[in-house]
Design a protein around this ligand. Structure first.
Ligand code: AP5
Ligand code: ZN
Length: 217
């Protein structure tokens, strides 16, 4: 399986992608999670990326394409396929991805867009809690951890992302519509696009996603 999840901030990409990873034995490449690891480690890229992420902008195409190329080349878990979460976000990223896959003799199966009104995303984003090291995601109201404020698996503290506030969300949404909207059209013309209603509960969203992948098999 080689698929891409596209959707605005809070649509549920990071909630659903691990289910795809586990069910179809593919790697989950989440560019936002990878950037947050660099921020945490205070690498030069992390320091630069933090400013951009907190301003709701996009990190340069060259850097992001380099990260994905490196994963496809070196991450053994990607041998069987992948689910991309947060990439490609611009048309040049999508074109570069096509080039990389062509060179590898691989093809995308599908691009799944998580459709949801911007209005519904505010509460999802402001209530989100994450476990930094694993990227596991919770929600204070919609998906609370078993014990308040700590990760179910490790018992470690959950945190709020520094870009999860209403002001930055507005900018992230604007970037999504302006830069990632054309990516959706790019894949539509290639006949790879599927849309699902992402306003439903996580399990209903998963059922619709899963049926797309199973039908393609
Ligand atoms: P990234 O980390 O990719 O952020 P994003 O695209 O804004 O998406 P989110 O992670 O906010 O949302 P999600 O769809 O994963 O939602 P989730 O499942 O967590 O990128 C961050 C930044 O990095 C970017 O702004 C950019 O600066 C940079 N970047 C990353 N990739 C880049 C690239 N390729 N090029 C350039 N720059 C790049 O769900 C949200 C909340 O809702 C959770 O609390 C969850 O529990 C809850 N929830 C999920 N589903 C449901 C449901 N069905 N019902 C109720 N609640 C739900
Ligand atoms: Zn995410």
């Amino acid at each position: 399986l080689r698929t891409i999840l596209v959707g605005p901030p809070g649509a549920g990409k990071g909630t659903q992608a691990p289910r795809i990873r586990d069910e179809f034995c593919v790697c989950h490449l989440a560019t936002g999670d990878m950037l947050r690891e660099q921020v945490q480690a205070k690498t030069p890229l992390g320091v630069q990326a933090k400013k951009i992420m907190d301003a709701g902008g996009l990190v340069s195409d060259d850097i992001m394409v380099g990260i994905i190329q490196d994963q496809l080349d070196n991450n053994k878990a990607c041998k069987n396929g992948f689910v991309l979460d947060g990439f490609p976000r611009t048309v040049p990223q999508a074109q570069k991805l096509d080039g990389m896959l062509n060179a590898r003799g691989e093809k995308l199966d599908s691009v799944v867009q998580l459709l949801i009104d911007d209005q519904l995303l505010i509460s999802r984003i402001t209530g989100r809690l994450i476990h930094g090291p694993s990227g596991r995601t919770y929600h204070k109201e919609f998906n609370p951890p078993k014990k308040a404020g700590v990760d179910d698996v490790t018992g470690e503290k959950l945190i709020q992302r520094s870009d999860d506030n209403v002001d930055t969300l507005r900018k992230r949404l604007a970037s999504f519509h302006a830069q990632t909207g054309p990516v959706v059209d790019y894949y539509r013309t290639k006949g790879l696009w599927h849309g699902i209603d992402a306003a439903q509960s996580p399990s209903v969203v998963w059922d619709s996603m899963r049926s797309i992948f199973v039908a393609k098999k």
